[in-house]
Design a protein around this ligand. Structure first.
Ligand SMILES: Cc1cc2nc3c(=O)[nH]c(=O)nc-3n(C[C@H](O)[C@H](O)[C@H](O)COP(=O)(O)O)c2cc1C
Length: 322
């Protein structure tokens, strides 16, 4: 039996429709591996400023590390100068991504205030030049992740997506909020539907997918090709397997915690991997009244002690459940 791709990013087939969002501080090599194993159809790296790609290798380049079998992998970069973005993208292309993505959605003042991230959306000529240059000089597909616009008076996502399409882009992902909205208010799924009608590109919808049923709901509502899951995927890789958190056994959670931590220790070393794992750990147990049991796990730097504490937590939750 041949399995048909769900959609294509130019010549790259994508199998599946749920995709882990790029998230600085979260979508690193270990978490991407875990989400991929649970069914994320395509992975994005954390975003990397093109300024950091002009000179010598520096720690930000580690965001572009990947596992040898990690495909399709999208390297995400951002900047505010088309030629610099091109130079950065060319260096990045040598690190063998399947796709290069331009972040045009970051709303933080540090990024958008300097004309990068969503700051690019108020400079349509910059978007045009960037995509024109990159699609001319790179051989991998070039994509972009946008927002609705700067604010409600400047919701220019259709204009920007058409500019991207006219200049060779291969996909557009839309986080359906404006810059002003940051992460507040409801994401506007109607806008994703509008975008899908307006361009002849694959569209990934993003914003407010919280439970597995939301993935299909967004697809039905908007006709989008794929759905990106950000915050709801933290501490919850099961969303990519379309599995509700409420249906998980304690052991499914604790075994995944062990697997994730093992990946973290392997990648970052001991104890750094354990320290970085803390922010994930809290999220794995959100919704459970386990604060006193979790507290020592959030301070220990000893992996054996962590495992001992995890067993204790497991027993406690089993006792409560049974
Ligand atoms: C902690 C954090 C880091 C993020 N980092 C990035 C990033 O590096 N690149 C990017 O395009 N979006 C980034 N985002 C935005 C998400 O990819 C996504 O668009 C947003 O969270 C909305 O989706 P959600 O409602 O599913 O969380 C980040 C979001 C969060 C919460």
């Amino acid at each position: 039996m041949t399995i048909e791709p769900t959609f294509w990013v130019r010549d790259i087939p994508i199998y599946g429709d749920a995709i882990l969002s790029p998230m600085a501080g979260f979508s690193d090599v270990p978490y991407r591996a875990l989400c991929r194993a649970f069914g994320s159809a395509m992975n994005y790296t954390e975003f990397v400023p093109v300024d950091s790609l002009q000179g010598k290798r520096n720690p930000l380049w580690n965001r572009l590390n990947k596992k040898p079998n990690e495909h399709p992998i999208v390297f995400q970069i951002f900047g505010n100068d088309a030629k610099k973005i091109l130079r950065g993208a060319q260096r990045v292309e040598a690190m063998e991504p399947d796709i290069i993505d331009i972040n045009m959605g970051c709303s933080t003042r540090k990024v958008s205030g300097r004309g990068a991230g969503v700051g690019m959306m108020i400079q349509p000529e910059l978007v045009a030049e960037t995509f024109r240059l990159l699609t001319k000089h790179l051989s991998v597909p070039v994509t972009g992740k946008i927002r609705l616009g700067w604010d409600d008076d400047r919701r220019n996502f259709i204009e920007i997506a058409r500019i991207m399409e006219d200049n060779g882009a291969s996909l557009v992902a839309l986080h359906a909020r404006t810059k002003e909205q940051k992460y507040n208010y409801e994401a506007d799924w109607d806008a994703i539907a509008e975008l899908k009608q307006a361009v002849n590109l694959p569209v990934i919808g993003n914003g407010d997918v919280r439970v597995p049923a939301d993935i299909d709901a967004m697809k039905t509502h908007t006709g989008c090709d794929g759905v990106m899951v950000g915050r709801a995927a933290v501490g919850n890789p099961w969303i990519f397997a379309r599995k509700d958190r409420a249906d998980l056994s304690i052991h499914e959670i604790t075994d995944t915690v062990r697997l994730h931590l093992r990946e973290m220790l392997e990648y970052y070393g001991n104890p750094f991997g354990l320290v970085l794992f803390r922010k994930h750990l809290r999220r794995y147990f959100s919704g459970y009244a386990v604060k006193p049991l979790l507290q020592p796990m959030l301070v220990t730097e000893d992996a054996a002690e962590f495992e001992r504490l995890l067993r204790k937590l497991e027993e406690e939750l089993e006792r409560e459940g049974g």
